[in-house]
Design a protein around this ligand. Structure first.
Ligand SMILES: [Zn+2]
Length: 453
C-alpha cells in the first residue's frame, strides 16, 4: 500500500471516529491501529493533520454517517436513547459540554453561520438519532465568553437537538466517552470575558485537605526546596475511583478506592507542608467522580501538575510491584487491559480511545509527563524498597487512561501496588506503607520541581 493511500484511510477513519460512536469494522480498526503504532513518535504533527482533515471533511462525513446506520445491540432495538444530563464546565482555555445518554446513540453535527439580519449568533447543533429527553433536562445558560447557551429540544419525535449558541468559539472537538455514553464538545477560542482560574463555581466545590494526623517531615524537605517552587504552584492530587466505583478489590476485601484515598491524603498533606504548594484534591471523601471531571478540575484550577493515585490488580496473584503511567497509546495488550480496567470500559473501547487519542493529546505535555513519571517512579521505588522486602520496580509505562485525557499540565497515574497480591494487599492497608508510598511520590515530585530550575 502506498503511503498516500495509508494516510487517506487514516484520515477518513479518524474523521469517522471523531464524529461519534463506534462505527468502524474490525478491519478498519486494524488499519488505524497499525498506522497509529507507526506514528507514535510524532503526535503533534499528526494531530494537526488530522484536525485540518476533519475540518475539511466534516460536512461530508456527517452525511455519510447519517446513511450508514449502526445496528443496535440486540435487546435494545427500537428503544430510544434517553438524554439524561446536559452539563458544562468553563475552563480557562476551553468550555466543555457533556451530553449524557443512557445508551449509545448516533449523532451528526452541523455549524451555522451568524445571521446578522435576524440578529442570530453562529450556532453549532447536534442531532441525536432515536433519542428522547429525560424529564428535568433543560437548557443551560453559559455566558462564559465562548458559548452563550446550550439549548436542548425534541426536534423530531425521534431526534433530540442540542444547539450551542456561540460567542467567540473558534475551534471545537467532538468525541465520546462510554459507560455512560457521553457526547463531549470542547469549544476553544478567545474569550470576550476573562474567566479567572480557580474561582468559577460551575463544578462542585473543591474539597480542601481535611485534617490528617501530621507525619513528621524530614528536615531536608523543610529547607532548600522552596526557591525552586516558582514554576509549580498548584498540584491536583487525584485519588482514583470512589463512591459506587470501588476500583480493584483484593481477596481480603480491600477496596482500591479506600487505600488510594489514604495515600492521596497523606501525599497532599506532605506537599502542602513540605513544599508550601497549593494542593487541590479531586476528592477527600468516598464520593464518585467522573473520570472527565478529574482533569476538568485540574484544568479549572490552573494546576501545574496532576497526579492520580491507583492500586493495581491482576488475575495472576503473583503480580506485584510499582509502576507509573503517562498518557499515550498502549504498546502492549497488558497495558490496554489495565487501561480498560481503570477506564471502566471494555478493551474494544480502549482501542477506539487510542484512535482519538492523537486529537485529545493536542494539549498534553508528553515530555514533561514522561519526565515527571520517571522521577516519581524512581523515588517511590527507592523509598518503598528501602523499607520493604521484595518490591518490584515495574518502571514507567504509557497507556491510554481516560483520567489523564484532557489534562493540559504534566499528568501521571501511579499504580502504587497490587491489591490482588496478598502481601501487597496487606501492605496497602498498613498506614506505614501508605505513608511510605506518599513520601516516595512526594520525593519524586520534589525531584521534578527541582529539575525545572
Ligand atoms: Zn484504579
Amino acid at each position: 500500500m502506498t503511503k498516500k493511500l495509508y494516510m487517506l484511510i487514516f484520515i477518513i477513519f479518524m474523521a469517522l471516529v471523531l464524529q461519534g460512536p463506534a462505527c468502524g469494522e474490525q478491519s478498519e480498526q486494524k488499519t488505524q491501529n497499525q498506522d497509529t503504532e507507526k506514528t507514535v513518535k510524532k503526535p503533534a504533527k499528526k494531530v494537526r493533520k488530522a484536525l485540518s482533515a476533519r475540518k475539511k471533511s466534516s460536512a461530508k462525513v456527517s452525511s455519510v454517517r447519517q446513511k450508514e446506520k449502526m445496528p443496535k445491540k440486540s435487546g435494545t432495538a427500537g428503544v430510544p436513547a434517553l438524554v439524561t444530563e446536559l452539563r458544562h464546565w468553563s475552563n480557562p482555555d476551553y468550555t466543555r459540554i457533556a451530553i449524557t445518554l443512557d445508551r449509545e446513540a448516533q449523532f451528526a453535527f452541523h455549524r451555522l453561520p451568524q445571521n446578522r439580519e435576524q440578529n442570530i449568533p453562529p450556532r453549532l447543533y447536534i442531532d441525536i438519532d432515536k433519542a428522547k429527553i429525560a424529564p428535568g433536562v433543560n437548557d443551560i445558560r453559559i455566558g462564559d465568553g465562548l458559548l452563550k447557551t446550550a439549548r436542548i429540544g425534541q426536534y423530531r419525535p425521534d431526534t433530540v437537538r442540542v444547539v450551542l449558541d456561540l460567542d467567540s468559539m473558534k475551534d471545537y472537538k467532538i468525541f465520546t466517552f462510554s459507560e455512560p455514553f457521553r457526547i463531549i464538545i470542547d469549544a476553544r477560542g478567545e474569550r470576550q470575558t476573562e474567566i479567572s482560574r480557580g474561582k468559577e463555581a460551575s463544578i462542585s466545590p473543591l474539597p480542601t485537605i481535611p485534617a490528617i494526623k501530621p507525619a513528621p517531615l524530614e528536615e531536608k524537605t523543610k529547607e532548600g526546596v522552596r526557591p525552586a517552587i516558582g514554576k509549580i504552584r498548584r498540584i491536583v492530587v487525584d485519588a482514583g475511583h470512589g463512591g459506587h466505583d470501588p476500583g480493584a478489590q483484593g481477596a481480603g476485601g480491600t477496596r482500591e478506592k479506600d487505600v488510594v484515598l489514604q495515600i492521596a491524603l497523606r501525599l497532599a498533606h506532605r506537599l502542602k507542608e513540605g513544599l508550601g504548594l497549593d494542593i487541590v484534591l479531586t476528592r477527600s471523601t468516598d464520593v464518585f467522580l467522573e473520570l472527565q471531571e478529574r482533569t476538568a478540575i485540574a484544568n479549572k484550577v490552573g494546576a501545574d501538575l496532576f497526579v492520580s493515585i491507583h492500586a493495581n490488580a491482576s488475575l495472576n496473584r503473583n503480580s506485584a510491584g510499582i509502576e507509573t503511567y503517562y498518557l499515550n497509546l498502549a504498546k502492549t495488550e497488558k497495558v490496554a487491559q489495565l487501561a480498560a480496567k481503570e477506564n471502566g470500559t471494555s478493551l474494544e473501547k480502549v482501542s477506539l480511545l487510542q484512535a482519538v487519542l492523537f486529537d485529545l493529546m493536542a494539549n498534553y505535555k508528553l515530555n514533561d509527563s514522561a519526565h515527571l513519571a520517571e522521577d516519581v517512579q524512581k523515588a517511590v521505588y527507592h523509598k518503598v524498597s528501602a523499607r520493604y522486602a521484595g518490591v518490584k520496580n515495574l518502571g514507567v509505562k504509557q497507556g491510554p487512561f481516560y483520567v489523564l485525557v484532557g489534562a493540559t499540565m504534566p499528568s501521571i497515574l501511579v499504580e502504587t501496588a497490587f491489591v490482588s497480591n496478598d502481601r501487597e494487599e496487606a501492605r496497602l492497608n498498613d498506614p506505614n506503607y501508605q505513608e511510605c508510598t506518599a513520601e516516595g511520590i512526594f520525593d519524586g515530585i520534589r525531584e521534578y520541581i527541582v529539575s525545572l530550575k
